[in-house]
Ligand binder design. Structure first.
Ligand SMILES: Cc1cc2nc3c(=O)[nH]c(=O)nc-3n(C[C@H](O)[C@H](O)[C@H](O)COP(=O)(O)OP(=O)(O)OC[C@H]3O[C@@H](n4cnc5c(N)ncnc54)[C@H](O)[C@@H]3O)c2cc1C
Length: 473
């Protein structure tokens, strides 16, 4: 694969960028705040030479045409809440930040879709839609992320078990290609069999194929009744073993999360708020939705009975909004409570019935490498977040042990029929593992796709597939 040599950002290019977006929307290297040199967790660092904050599609298009002509790399960034170094400008160049493009352009109630700019914040958007009586179903844990970031990482989250991931809620998009060409893909239509689906290729491409400047998303009716069950178990394998049992019984919760007591304790300590149960080795937490109180009672009864038969200690019911918020707030704080600097995460996804085995194996690996793991996951999807904690190990020792742990975990995941990433993507941090566990022909096809969209290799170089970036990475 041809390595790409990039050009530096020159004073002339900075002047041209200012002409496009205005002086206030361009920040040059020494004035770029530190937070723009990394994303939320990955220890990957990279300083852009210039950060630009475009306000509309035309500006993005002109920036891309300029960068393409000059051979300067462009890394797109939403809110920077990614966990794999995806939004980090590892090759320098231009950081294109979408946060000024934050308008909801249209809510089309008849077609049940909304058109948004990429910098719209997930929380604000979901709340606004709820006020209008709609559910925007994708529900990743970090609500300050942008919809553009969610789309380009194909974010998963809590409601994926029932409603699918972000991909399942995108109907159309506008995307700026690497040379500045503006392309519309999909639309408001509910289905589409018109040739290769380039929109779905864009989704989850982590800024390596184009810059998304507008997204049309699907809206759903709001569920009538919601209740959350908190189910403590003595055995973590019994807890995750419930997932196929519930599914087979026709109980598809809106969310079905798994966690252990250590993660719960650090989260409740971090929030400083009481939690209704402590001390069980493992928990399932499920949010059920129903169209009436009677239907909900039937669901609770059935799910509760199955859990007790499956080894649960108890079934706690949270039926008021306030009680449910107490439970989900604690769940939402799991990652933050672990801290960002001394941690790395293995975000594997395995077939649901292999979760118990993966979990037991991760305990073995933790003992073998002598590192503490803190695990939780979207049990309903077989997606585990195995967080590897550094403790007080010196840098070299930490890296050696962490890498060994990752190797072992990804190898077992592959043998169980799993994938390297369930939802956090590949970015920069996990590309070696993608390479190791992907058929070389599949990687080659990915490279060819990248080359067709971005022949100069300027879009988010160094991410997902190694080979199009400068040598040495
Ligand atoms: C506490 C916490 C909990 C989380 N929980 C979840 C979870 O449950 N599920 C989940 O999937 N993720 C989760 N994440 C990860 C993260 O929030 C998601 O990956 C999110 O989708 C990133 O959005 P962002 O706006 O922050 O994007 P960024 O981090 O800024 O960017 C992510 C990637 O998308 C690209 N990108 C961003 N915007 C565009 C655009 N307009 N055009 C082209 N490329 C673009 C970037 O180049 C980068 O590769 C969590 C993160 C945290 C910190």
């Amino acid at each position: 694969m041809r390595p790409v040599a990039f050009e530096p950002v020159t004073p002339a290019l900075i002047r041209e960028l200012k002409e496009i977006v205005g002086d206030d929307a361009v920040v040059v290297r020494e004035d770029i705040p530190e937070e723009y040199s990394h994303d939320e967790m990955a220890p990957v660092r990279g300083w852009p030479e210039v950060a630009v904050f475009p306000g509309n599609t035309d500006e993005v298009s002109r920036i891309m045409a300029l960068a393409h002509g000059a051979g300067v790399p462009v890394t797109t960034r939403g809110a920077g809440t990614g966990l794999m170094g995806g939004a980090t400008a590892v090759e320098g160049g231009i950081l294109l930040v979408t946060t000024r493009m934050d308008r909801v352009l249209e809510v089309d109630e008849a077609n049940m879709v909304a058109r948004v700019q990429p910098g719209v914040v997930l929380l604000t958007f979901a709340e606004e839609m709820e006020e209008r009586g709609f559910l925007y179903a994708p529900d990743p844990g970090e609500k300050s992320a942008t919809i553009g970031g969610n789309v380009m990482t194909n974010a998963g989250g809590m409601r994926a078990i029932k409603y699918g991931v972000t991909r399942d809620h995108v109907r159309g998009m506008e995307v700026v290609l690497s040379d500045g060409h503006v392309l519309r893909l999909g639309g408001k239509v509910a289905k589409n069999a018109s040739g290769y689906n380039l929109m779905h290729l864009m989704i989850g491409s982590e800024g390596t194929l184009g810059v998304v400047t507008e997204i049309t998303v699907r809206l759903l009716p709001l569920p009538e009744v919601l209740t959350t069950l908190l189910v403590p178990f003595q055995s973590p394998t019994d807890a995750v073993g419930m997932v196929p049992i519930l599914g087979k019984a026709g109980i598809i919760p809106q969310a079905l999360e798994f966690f252990r007591d250590d993660v719960l304790d650090s989260s409740t300590d971090y929030l400083g708020r009481p939690f209704p149960h402590h001390g069980a080795p493992a928990y399932l937490m499920m949010r059920l939705e129903a169209s009436s109180r009677q239907e909900m009672e039937r669901f609770i009864d059935r799910a509760g009975r199955l859990c007790l038969e499956g080894g649960a200690d108890d079934v706690l019911i949270a039926d008021t909004a306030e009680r449910q918020a107490t439970l989900w707030d604690a769940r939402g704080a799991f990652l933050e409570a672990l801290g960002w600097t001394d941690i790395d995460e293995c975000d594997v996804v395995v077939p649901r019935d292999a979760m118990a085995e993966m979990m037991l194996y991760s305990d073995e690996v933790s003992r073998e490498v002598g590192l503490t793991f803190s695990s939780f996951g979207h049990a309903g999807d077989g997606n585990m977040h195995i967080n590897i904690l550094r403790g007080d190990l010196p840098e070299e020792e930490w890296i050696a042990r962490r890498d060994r742990a990752m190797e072992l975990l990804y190898a077992r995941c592959a043998s169980l029929g799993g994938m390297v990433s369930g939802e956090h993507g590949i970015g920069y941090s996990k590309r070696g593992y993608l390479r190791e566990h992907t058929d070389p022909m599949e990687l080659e096809l990915m490279r060819r796709v990248k080359e067709s969209f971005d022949p100069r290799g300027i879009l988010n170089p160094g991410k997902i597939i190694p080979g199009m970036e400068a040598e040495g990475n």
